[in-house]
Write a protein that binds this ligand. Structure first.
Ligand code: NAD
Ligand code: 3PG
Length: 526
């Protein structure tokens, strides 16, 4: 049974899903050196933001197949190191969107009405109504930095509260911003015009210290800033200074450059600063969402199925993935088959998406074909994560074409592989029930399902040849499950495809090649 290590507090709903297919150990708060020691025995890790999965941990994780982040941000995982080792990294891109957006809004309103300090004052036995006079957000300008999932939800709610919206996000269109009721502006204008600024961007080299002494100096003296995205986007020392000097009106932070925050000039500030301990995703609903979302993906990957939100393989919407899943299996099977027919190193692979398949997103299909192609050499070392890199490193030329007009089947996939001495092609399709059919081999029409053990021959179409192969296999005690011949012209060249119950015994292939009229023979294991 595979083993999953849960390193951070995860909702029980996720653990229940994992327990159906794996032994689940929950060990939270392990220091790095401890994690390095225990990780070799695990097939999967499940984490939140509390665990840093370093290159050292990934290197030690010799069995690791997947790292599941029950949340959005994967900045605590060394994703390039995981990719190099073929480890899938998955997250839950939408599970805590609402929770984070609502937390940002809660912080904005708390800043406006001094709620945390007012609460503390009453609890201290005081009644300081004058001290806590607030301001309204109605008709104020909210500057949203990052109009993605969370930023968009914040925009919708703020609009409903009567706020004017401006946004900075170089990666979204003016139409999208328009739909959300936002005016797109550049960062300088946003800093100058906004009464409230809320950050909803990832932490990247470009966004690190995006808010610094220089940009804070552009804010109105009454303006307030909220960071519920990632620590390090705001220069904390510069922010503390701006708040202390009354240069800006206030700040509310949920995330910090170093977590837990510990000693910081921010903790010495008064009601102008509100600090929460990374609570954006901490709602009952979000925790169930992310735990279930990520546990299901870990379960699927451990069962050999693709993950729907992998960050280091092409992302596909779950519905699109569901639709494509049988085609990925088809591509992988054909890739594996054609590589065995070539027998040698494959130098180039042409991938033709035909019929309705031509209208699909091709990247996952290409990756699946490469995974199948390389599985002969790399076995379980190759997967959806590293197949492209491995193919590139082996110098395999990959060409992709599509032709929606080919209508032999609803959708079919043709792979043509070229090695130093041989060239082969195979086509396959899916039947209505999703079953795979191999429909051509080297251009000859056939109709066979893939089988674990198969024999392919190329021969001259002449009387007696099929019988001879049948008797030869019989004399070696090989049971034939099915046999088919594909030919284009009578007494011309033909292919024969046999599915057999067991692997071919040693020496039989040489005997087959001696049969008059047989030009070539290959055994294939799928
Ligand atoms: N505090 C929490 O507990 C919590 C919870 C969930 C998410 N988050 C964080 O919130 C952030 C946003 O999450 P999301 O789900 O909305 O992500 P998202 O990917 O849906 O949106 C991010 C947006 O930022 C934009 N962007 C990227 N680089 C930018 C740049 N340099 N300048 C301006 N815009 C830029 C992108 O175009 C995108 O629209 C992430 O950092 C995530 O980790 C925090
Ligand atoms: O990126 C995220 O999803 C949030 O920062 C939440 O982090 P958490 O799972 O540690 O609460």
């Amino acid at each position: 049974m595979p083993k999953v290590l849960v390193c951070d507090p995860i909702d029980q709903a996720g653990i229940d899903i994992l327990s159906q297919v794996a032994q689940v150990d929950v060990k939270t708060g392990l220091p790095v050196e401890e994690l390095v020691k225990v990780v070799p025995e695990y097939d999967a890790l499940m984490i939140r933001s509390g665990t840093r999965v370093t290159a050292e941990i990934i290197e030690a994780g010799v069995q690791l197949k997947i790292i599941g982040r029950a949340g959005v941000g994967v900045d605590n995982v060394d994703v390039p190191a995981a990719t190099r080792k073929g480890i899938i990294v998955v997250n839950s891109p939408e599970g805590n969107t609402i929770a984070a957006a609502e937390h940002a809004l809660a912080l904005m309103l708390s800043l406006s009405r001094h709620i945390p300090d007012a609460n503390q004052s009453v609890k201290n036995g005081k009644w300081e109504r004058k001290k806590f006079v607030g301001t309204e957000v109605y008709k104020k300008t909210l500057g949203i930095v990052g109009l993605g999932k969370i930023g968009s939800h914040v925009a919708a709610a703020a609009k409903a509260m009567g706020m004017k919206l401006i946004a900075f996000d170089p990666f979204i269109s003016a139409e999208r911003a328009d739909q959300l009721g936002c005016r797109l502006v550049d960062m300088d204008v946003l800093m100058q015009e906004a009464d409230y600024i809320t950050l909803h961007i990832p932490k990247t080299p470009e966004t690190t210290n995006l808010i610094n002494a220089k940009s804070l100096a552009k804010m109105k003296p009454t303006a307030r800033i909220i960071n519920c995205a990632r620590g390090g986007i705001i220069d904390e020392a510069a922010l503390a200074e701006a708040l202390k000097n009354g240069q800006i009106g206030g700040a509310a932070l949920d995330v910090y450059a170093n977590e837990p925050l510990g000693e910081s000039p921010l903790t010495e500030l008064g009601k102008e600063a509100i600090l929460t301990p990374h609570l954006g995703a901490s709602t009952t609903e979000a925790q169930v969402n992310v735990a279930v979302d990520v546990a299901e993906q870990i379960r699927d990957v451990l069962l050999g199925l693709p993950a729907r939100s992998a960050v280091n393989i092409p992302g596909l919407h779950p519905d699109a993935l569901e639709q494509l899943r049988p085609y990925l299996q088809l591509a992988e099977t054909l890739g594996n088959l054609v590589s065995q027919l070539v027998g040698d190193r494959v130098e180039s692979l042409n991938i033709h998406l035909q019929g309705e398949l031509a209208n699909n997103q091709s990247q996952p299909i290409v990756i699946a074909a490469l995974k199948g192609l390389l599985s002969r050499a790399l076995r379980e070392r190759v997967n959806y994560v590293n197949a492209s890199i491995e193919a590139q490193e082996r110098g395999i030329r990959v060409i992709e074409t599509r032709d929606a007009s080919i209508r032999d089947y609803r959708g079919s996939l043709l792979l043509q592989a070229k090695g130093p001495s041989e060239e082969h092609d195979v086509t396959g399709t899916l039947l209505g029930d999703g079953e795979i059919r191999i429909t051509t081999v080297d251009g000859f029409p056939i109709n066979v399902p893939p089988n674990q053990h198969m024999l392919f021959t190329r021969h001259r179409d002449m009387p007696g040849i099929i019988g001879k192969i049948g008797s030869l296999l019989g004399s070696f005690n090989v049971n034939i499950a099915s046999m088919q011949v594909g030919r284009q012209i009578v007494r011309g060249d033909a292919v024969m495809v046999l599915t057999i119950d067991d692997p071919l015994p040693e020496g039989i292939l040489e005997e087959i090649l001696k049969v008059p009229g047989i030009r070539d023979a290959n055994t294939v294991m799928l």
